[in-house]
Design a protein around this ligand. Structure first.
Ligand SMILES: NC(=O)C1=CN([C@@H]2O[C@H](COP(=O)(O)OP(=O)(O)OC[C@H]3O[C@@H](n4cnc5c(N)ncnc54)[C@H](OP(=O)(O)O)[C@@H]3O)[C@@H](O)[C@H]2O)C=CC1
Ligand SMILES: CC(=O)N[C@@H](CCC(=O)OP(=O)(O)O)C(=O)O
Length: 310
């Protein structure tokens, strides 16, 4: 059976990456709009209603508009934007997050892709909260660096034109980044973490870190118990995995760039009771296009890893 898939925003950074992953897939008939039609309301409304699946690779407002244009009960939506990540009636499209999440995605008509930073943060923290090693009210923080493609076409142009020459810049300085809501909601914690994002002068890739003072946590978990909780959570995943970090001395932002996988590592100093958890992923891979294609596969009842770069 062939499913029709309309990519709205197909010439943007995320849209192009999804097209590459779906090229040559016989299960899907990919529809895109070219030229003036790609922003023409009537052409988009028709494509949105004709398709079995729609993948929205648009700014938030345009994504909300696109959803409002769907006037049938058949078309199923995957939204790559941040418009619906904590919205009523939407399933959070992070298949590995909870034991029943992939099944919920498979049944859903409205799936929201996670943000790239929350993908790293939640992968590290949710299993620790679920198992009680980190309490729901613990004051968490997350430090993260992204490649500049995380800012889409506009940021790519800034860095590649030479207008922005920095090696590394911190932002989100008002501590109100748009990813806070989904981090809090889906980690199931009582307060948003202190989030310290930055952009590096590299095209793609991410390094997301959560520091944990183990000595101060109520259960005083060991590094080994943190590692076990994470290993157990992703034991069956071909996409998210914990690697043994004993011999690791450096972690590069590009570690998983160009792939759709995510790698977790636990470092620490047992004597001081301190841990440093690190996730690496590609902002355009598991952070965007890889997750969208994974969700599409799951919703279509196909092997979740089909077409992914692992
Ligand atoms: N880049 C990343 O790493 C990630 C991005 N995302 C999210 O994915 C979405 C897309 O981001 P990204 O690909 O980076 O952004 P880009 O700016 O690269 O692409 C967005 C595309 O949407 C098009 N567009 C804008 N408004 C409309 C409209 N009204 N109708 C039709 N097309 C429209 C733009 O057209 P034009 O070409 O004319 O500007 C552009 O091609 C965003 O919501 C972003 O937040 C999510 C995770 C990671
Ligand atoms: C480097 C950079 O600017 N990154 C983007 C997030 C990219 C991402 O996850 O996209 P969503 O907009 O879909 O959440 C930012 O911080 O706003």
């Amino acid at each position: 059976m062939t499913h029709s898939v309309f990519i709205d925003g197909a010439v943007g950074t995320t849209g192009l990456e999804i097209r590459e992953r779906l090229a040559g897939r016989t299960e899907f008939d990919v529809i895109t709009l070219g030229g003036d039609a790609r922003k023409d309301a009537a052409a988009r409304a028709q494509a949105l209603n004709d398709a079995d699946f729609v993948i929205l690779c648009l700014p938030d407002d345009a994504a909300r508009e696109a959803v409002a244009m769907i006037a049938n009960d058949r078309t199923r939506v995957i939204d790559a934007s941040s418009a619906h990540r904590v919205a009523e009636g939407w399933t959070y499209g992070f298949a590995e997050l909870e034991p029943a999440q992939a099944a919920a995605i498979a049944e859903s008509a409205r799936v929201s892709n996670p943000g790239c930073y929350p993908t790293g943060f939640l992968a590290l923290i949710r299993p620790l909260v679920r198992t009680g090693l980190v309490p729901h009210d613990w004051p968490l923080s997350v430090n993260a660096v992204s490649g500049y493609s995380g800012g889409g076409k506009a940021m790519i142009a800034d860095f590649e034109s030479g207008e922005e020459t920095t090696a590394h810049r911190a932002y989100g300085l008002d501590l109100s980044h748009k990813h806070l809501g989904e981090m809090q909601r889906h980690a199931r914690i009582e307060r948003a973490p202190i989030f310290q994002p930055a952009v590096a002068h590299t095209h793609r890739g991410m390094l997301v870190e959560v520091p944990l003072p183990l000595h101060a946590l109520p259960r005083k978990p060991s590094l080994a118990s943190i590692e076990t909780a994470l290993r157990d959570a992703y034991r069956d995943s071909p996409i998210v995995g914990l690697i043994d970090s004993e011999e690791t001395r450096l972690v590069r932002i590009e570690e998983d760039a160009g792939t759709d996988r995510m790698t977790l590592r636990v470092f620490g100093n047992a004597e001081l009771g301190q841990a440093r958890l690190i996730a690496t992923l590609d902002n355009l891979g598991k952070g965007a296009a890889g997750a969208a294609v994974q969700n599409l596969n799951i919703m279509a009842g196909i092997d979740a890893t089909a077409g992914l770069r692992l």
